[in-house]
Design a protein around this ligand. Sequence first.
Ligand code: UD1
Length: 345
Amino acid sequence: MKKKIIVTGGAGYIGSHTCVELIASNYEPIIIDNFYNSKHFIIDRIEEITGFRPDILDTNCLNYEQLRLKISSYNNINGIIHFAAYKAVGESTQKPLKYYQNNIGSTINMLKILEDFKFSSFIFSSSCTVYGQPKQLPVTEESPILLAESPYGRTKQICEDVISDYSKANSTLKAVSLRYFNPIGAHPSSLIGELPLGAPNNLVPFITQTAAGIRKELSIFGHDYSTSDGTCIRDYIHVVDLARAHVAALKFSEAKKNGLFEIFNLGSGQGNSVLEVVQAFEEICEEKLNYKFSPRRPGDVVEVYANVEKAKNEMGWETKLSLKDALKDAWNWELALRKNLITNE
Ligand code: UD1
């Protein structure tokens, strides 16, 4: 019998790719999503890629009673992968209560559900934002947690603390927090990918929308940083590699007899500047990208990339896809969206 896994936010960007990889690894995802920042057609696409249509519980993770009721109709659920969260950094500074209530409240509810139904594995979606601007690079899981730049970042820190405290009180909990660096790209089928709400804040969707003629030009934020070409450095990871890491984390937790709370960095281990990303993209789409240099963006860290040895040694996971693979898949996804006139606005 297939193991069932609850995936909150399973219709979202990373969640949908993870559902595809779970199904490929013989798990049965049960998606909880209120479609706040995702579209129903993504479920059809998951089915088109995998041949399996996951069940959808259209519920807000803040609605504990409804969650309990809907989940009680299932047997053999093994664990929870918890993606559902608000993620717009800028908005979180304007509406901090919305972020604290949703992101922390839903994490607490999912832990309560885990306890109620005696599931054991809990995989949490965290972010490298918890490291702020690290003093030493690459960052390891032992690197200090610095003051978060935004309420969004702080919700990730607080949720990790909540899970850590709860793991001390509950010896059966097998929890893993995955700190994502910069997820980019799309499924190579071009059937699922990122659907930014309105104008994208993140670099790669802004690049692909500019190349597609939807945005006039890309603004490169800051050209005078203390890096080789003056632009910021990040660790970009293909979303399919990231999705595979969730399956590895699940297997890692299932293989352990005792309770645990482990943290893993998920990146490529390599830093690339904004200009390097732009140049790599230009090579892929064989056109010049319209861009200009603009002032620094407040809150941006200069340089961050991951040490990924722990994930490799303990979960047996490492990236297989390159920056160029990710940019090619992101571009094909953008072209597919335009062909089908799909927007998220
Ligand atoms: C951002 C969030 C981070 C979150 C992550 C999710 C901030 C400060 N951080 O990371 O908390 O976990 O997204 O993916 O928002 N850039 C441009 N022009 C653009 C957009 C971006 O030059 O139009 C540059 C940025 O200055 C940065 C790099 O591209 O140097 C990557 O930016 P972005 O994709 O927004 O990711 P992060 O800021 O690293």
